[in-house]
Design a protein around this ligand. Structure first.
Ligand code: PEP
Length: 248
């Protein structure tokens, strides 16, 4: 039985004052959540998460990492800097990074390896555009994205990744994949992992992301291969994030 994971993706939102209220709200409202909970925040707020969440069951992480260990890479944040501030997770290959920063499947695969080698759990994002879905190419596109990552990892690393299926047309749009649409892609992703390592495939958490909200979380999270959610907008409001956590 896979444990559910609800991870927030704050994107480029926050301020120390707003974060303090949000983190306190999450921490204090958590109760005895069954699943695992994490927030992926902008790098300047890692220290704030460390002091607000250290010693609680809520983990924190980044939204990207550098391919490089250290050196002359202005503006980049190294994996070791994330672990220095107690991060457990890092989002890799979010569609906003693929689109706005030209991250290819190859870069995403290399970043996934870098995260694993640094002791971080990568949350690897895959997902098709609306055009690709309408052209019937969802499995081809998502299959290509996940295979690039799987081919870069060795057998023992496979079970350490988290995958997030995030249809690009559902991110921040209020449009959600139906539970069955999401389940079909999750099942396909798990089958791809099983081709490499069946044991790992049974363990890997595959999250759904794309306008998951308190009112649709329960039915999405009830699907056999949906092991949690990567939550954007709804992770910025403690009450909404807590409702999704309670549905897991
Ligand atoms: C995301 O960006 O990872 C995401 C799922 O966003 P939203 O929940 O706002 O659609």
């Amino acid at each position: 039985m896979r444990r559910k994971l609800i991870a927030g993706n704050w994107k480029m939102n926050g301020s120390t004052a707003a974060n303090a209220a949000l983190l306190d709200g999450i921490r204090d409202g958590l109760g005895d959540a069954r699943g695992a909970v994490a927030v992926c925040v902008p790098a300047p707020y890692f220290a704030q998460c460390q002091s607000a969440l250290g010693g609680t069951s809520v983990k924190w992480g980044g939204q990207d990492l550098s391919l490089h260990e250290s050196g002359a890479y202005t503006g980049e944040v190294a994996a070791s800097m994330l672990t220095d501030f107690g991060c457990s997770y890092v989002i890799v290959g979010h569609s906003e990074r693929r689109t706005y920063h030209g991250e290819s499947d190859e870069i995403v695969a290399r970043k996934t390896s870098r995260a694993l080698r640094s002791g971080l759990v990568p949350i690897v994002c895959v997902g098709e555009s609306l055009e690709e879905r309408e052209a019937g190419k969802t499995d081809v596109v998502v299959g290509r994205q996940i295979d690039a990552v799987l081919n870069a990892l060795d057998g023992s690393e496979l079970e350490k990744i988290v995958v997030a299926y995030e249809p690009v047309w559902a991110i921040g749009t209020g449009k959600t994949a139906t539970p069955q649409m999401a389940q079909d892609v999750h099942k396909m992703v798990r089958a791809r992992i099983a081709q490499k390592n069946a044991e790992a495939a049974a363990k890997v958490q595959i999250l759904y992301g794309g306008s998951m909200k308190p009112d649709n979380a329960k039915e999405l999270l009830a699907m056999a291969d949906i092991d949690g959610g990567l939550i954007g907008g709804a992770s910025l409001k403690a009450s909404d994030f807590l409702s999704i956590i309670a549905a897991a």
